[in-house]
Structures are given as structure tokens and as C-alpha cells.
Design a protein around this ligand. Structure first.
Ligand code: ZN
Length: 428
């Protein structure tokens, strides 16, 4: 059994403590712990968090291994401080059967960089017409509890109702990509001042908000649980706030990029800023930060969406939508939420580890940093500042909106059940 002593880390940003890992478990947390027989990691000044959990990752395997694989995606995850990711179902073939979700789950286990919990499709082929085999996916070795047609909206109200009813039986959750399809036909960016000036097809806030309003009401009606993916507008925040005040069982996520970037960037016509849902306005960004701080938005999820060079480096209209995010998420959250005084590190741990693990039922993740718990941990040098260099990414794709941008914080170590997956910023 190997032992590691993490010496002098600020656990959840608090007072410096030593954390002793023995095998796959945290053996002891305290001060002045003996280093006998242990490898020592000097962590003075750094912040120790429970391993991050991403409820919204696109790993692209099977089918689009040119943009990402389970191996490269989980290496990117470990590099960003994650110990568990939920893999979205919009692969080729779609993860709508027990066979596909088991394949993705097993690949994650084999590679050993990060636990991979597959998300099952809500409808067969993401076509929105017929419910997929939700029960079979839940009962498979992958034990699916989160279902989503992400990339597409479950826009048929009857199908959405049936899905909510179905997952209720085993305590699952439907994660909705809220986008009314008719209202966003031909949409290229946020509908507003900038889209009008540029003459690009607009994506109105109401296309997102109307679906969220409908779905929280459906969740209330059937007494089930709904999760809203990537909230992007101030109006969406208001609806979720209202729903929660009414006691509706709803949770919501925001992406790092929606906490930082606005639609003003589209003026560059650089497709790296093309994303779904689109970048919104400064007012929306501020409302999202405030909602994440006050708990209206429960979690940060990356919506890590890798695309190969040829799908992004083309004219705006033809470019694929999405950004990579696993390797920069924590830095963007530090920049927008911690360095602004909106969240403490304990608050970050809650929103990037504890709650996502809870929503997705990721066993052994999002646990307290205390004796007897699985040693899923991440160590962050929060004093670091540096510019983002995508050439150093572990992801197979490079479509980051932060290239050359200076961001704070750097994950130096990640441990998955006591095994170091990242040491001094290098993957093992
Ligand atoms: Zn989505």
C-alpha cells in the first residue's frame, strides 16, 4: 500500500493541514503528521479540494475519435483537476442502449485517469420521438442515472413528461438542453444589439426560457426531478429562482464560458466563440455569477465540446458549435467567482464537486476531505498566473476561447482513489 503525505495544504481554502493518503483512502487529516513511509508533496500555500466532478462532458467516443476519445478526454479531465466526468450521449452510435453506455463506462475504468459515468439518451437516436431504453441503461453495469438528449432539446412536451415519469421510479434525473427548435432555426448567435449589427441570425433568450418554464412545471406536475443544462440568460435564472421558491425539484448548471465571455466577441467572427447556447450579454453574465453565488444555479459544468481544427477553423456560419473546457474550468471560476469575492474555495468545492456528484449520484466523489473518505483530491496553486497555451492541452482538440489569455490558478496534482493522475502539472 503506497502512502502520500500532502503537507501544509489549505483544505477548502482554510488553515494549512496535512493530509495522509494510504492506498485509496484518506487516512488522516491534521497538523504535524508523520511522513514516515510516505511520499511527501509539499503543498504550502496551495488549496486542496475534493476531486472535481463534471456533469456535462462530451468525450466523443464512439464515433468522433478525431476530436476526442475517452482516453484523451479523461486525461484532459485529470489535468483540469477532475476525478469524475459524466459523458454526454450524442456519440455515434448514440448512447441510447445498455451496450453503448457499458462500452464508454468500461473504457473510463480501463484508462484509469478519471471515472466516466455515461449519460443515457432520453430518446432513441436523439430524435425526440421515442423514449430510449432508460431502464435497461440504468440497470446496466454503467448504472446510468442521468439522461439527456444534449445537443438537442427534448422539445415534445409529452415525451419530456414520460421521461420525467420514467426516471422517477429509480431516482434518476433528466438533464434538459433548453432550446426551442423553431425559435432558433438558422440562429448563429445571441439575438440582440450585436446580432442586429452583424446581420447574423439571432438566438432569442426566450427560446431557452420558454423550455425551462415548461419543464419546471412538468417536473412539478409529475413530482419528478429535472436538471437544466448550461443556463445562459438572466431570464432563465429568474425562472429557476421562482421554481425553487415553489419547491420544485430543479437543479441548474452554468458553464465557465458563460460566466466570463459575452456576445461582443462575435464581432471578431472568430468561430472559437461560436457555442450552444450562445454567448450572451454582460447583463446575463452578471446575473449568472450572482445566481451561482446565491445557489440558484447549483453547479458549474464545463460542456467540454472538442472539435477538430477543420470543423472550427472555417467561416462563422459553417463552424461547429462548442468549446473545450476541462483544462481551464477551474481557472475561469477562480477569475470570475473567487477573485471577485463572490465565492470562497469551500463554495467552489460545493459547486464543482459536492453538488454535481450529488445530482449525478457519483459514488465516492464530492466527499468531505476527511479520514475514511476515498482519496479523490485536487491540489491547486491559486497564486499562479499564466496565459493559456492550447499546445499543452491533453485534449485532442484545441478549440479554446482563452488562447493567449492570462488566467489565474493552476491544478498541480490530482488523485483518483489515492493514485496520482497528475503530478506537478504533468499527467502520469
Ligand atoms: Zn447542450
Amino acid at each position: 500500500m503506497s502512502k502520500t503525505l500532502i503537507r501544509g495544504a489549505k483544505v477548502l481554502g482554510g488553515e494549512p493541514q496535512d493530509v495522509l493518503i494510504d492506498g485509496g483512502t484518506i487516512a488522516e487529516v491534521g497538523t504535524g503528521l508523520s511522513a514516515e513511509g510516505a511520499e511527501v508533496v509539499e503543498a504550502g500555500g496551495k488549496v486542496l479540494l475534493p476531486g472535481l466532478v463534471d456533469l456535462h462532458t462530451h468525450l466523443r467516443e464512439p464515433g468522433r475519435e478525431d476530436s476526442e476519445t475517452v482516453l484523451t478526454g479523461t486525461r484532459a479531465a485529470a489535468s483540469g483537476g477532475y476525478t469524475a466526468v459524466f459523458a454526454m450521449a450524442n456519440t455515434f452510435p448514440v448512447a441510447d442502449t445498455a451496450g453503448v453506455v457499458e462500452q464508454v463506462y468500461r473504457l473510463g475504468q480501463e484508462h484509469g485517469y478519471c471515472d466516466v459515468q455515461p449519460i443515457g439518451a432520453v430518446t432513441v437516436g436523439l430524435e425526440g420521438r421515442k423514449l430510449a431504453e432508460l431502464g435497461a441503461m440504468h440497470e446496466s453495469a454503467a448504472g446510468v442515472t442521468v439522461f439527456s438528449d444534449d445537443g438537442k432539446c427534448v422539445d415534445d412536451a409529452v415525451i419530456m413528461r414520460r421521461a420525467l415519469e420514467y426516471v422517477k421510479a429509480f431516482g434518476g434525473v433528466v438533464a434538459q438542453h433548453a432550446q426551442e427548435p423553431r425559435l432558433t432555426e438558422g440562429a448563429q448567435m445571441n439575438e440582440g444589439v450585436v446580432s442586429a449589427e452583424l446581420g447574423l441570425g439571432g438566438w432569442p433568450a426566450v427560446a431557452e426560457e420558454s423550455i425551462i418554464a415548461r419543464d419546471v412545471l412538468l417536473a412539478e406536475h409529475v413530482g419528478s426531478r429535472v436538471h437544466i443544462c448550461h443556463l445562459s440568460t438572466a431570464g432563465s435564472v429568474e425562472i429557476v429562482r421562482w421554481a425553487k421558491s415553489r419547491g420544485i425539484d430543479v437543479t441548474a448548471e452554468v458553464t465557465p464560458h458563460h460566466l466570463l465571455l459575452t456576445d461582443e466577441l462575435v464581432r471578431t467572427y472568430n468561430p472559437v466563440y461560436k457555442v450552444n447556447p450562445p454567448l450572451r450579454t454582460e447583463r446575463d453574465v452578471l446575473a449568472l455569477r450572482e445566481a451561482l453565488a446565491d445557489g440558484t444555479i447549483d453547479i458549474v459544468a464545463t460542456d467540454h465540446a472538442p472539435h477538430p481544427h477543420e470543423d472550427k477553423d472555417c467561416e462563422w456560419a459553417a463552424a461547429a458549435m462548442g468549446m473545450v473546457g476541462l483544462e481551464t474550468a477551474l481557472s475561469v471560476v477562480q477569475e470570475t467567482m473567487v477573485d471577485t469575492g463572490l465565492l470562497t474555495w469551500a463554495g467552489v468545492a460545493e459547486r464543482m464537486s459536492v453538488k454535481p456528484a450529488e445530482i449525478g449520484q457519483a459514488k465516492g466523489h464530492g466527499r468531505p476531505v476527511s479520514a475514511g473518505e476515498p482519496a479523490n483530491l485536487t491540489l491547486v496553486d491559486t497564486a499562479y498566473r499564466g496565459s493559456v497555451d492550447p499546445a499543452g492541452f491533453a485534449s485532442r482538440s484545441r478549440n479554446t476561447p482563452y488562447e493567449g489569455r492570462e488566467l489565474p490558478g493552476r491544478v498541480t496534482h490530482t488523485w483518483l482513489r489515492g493514485k496520482a493522475t497528475l503530478v506537478d502539472g504533468k499527467l502520469t
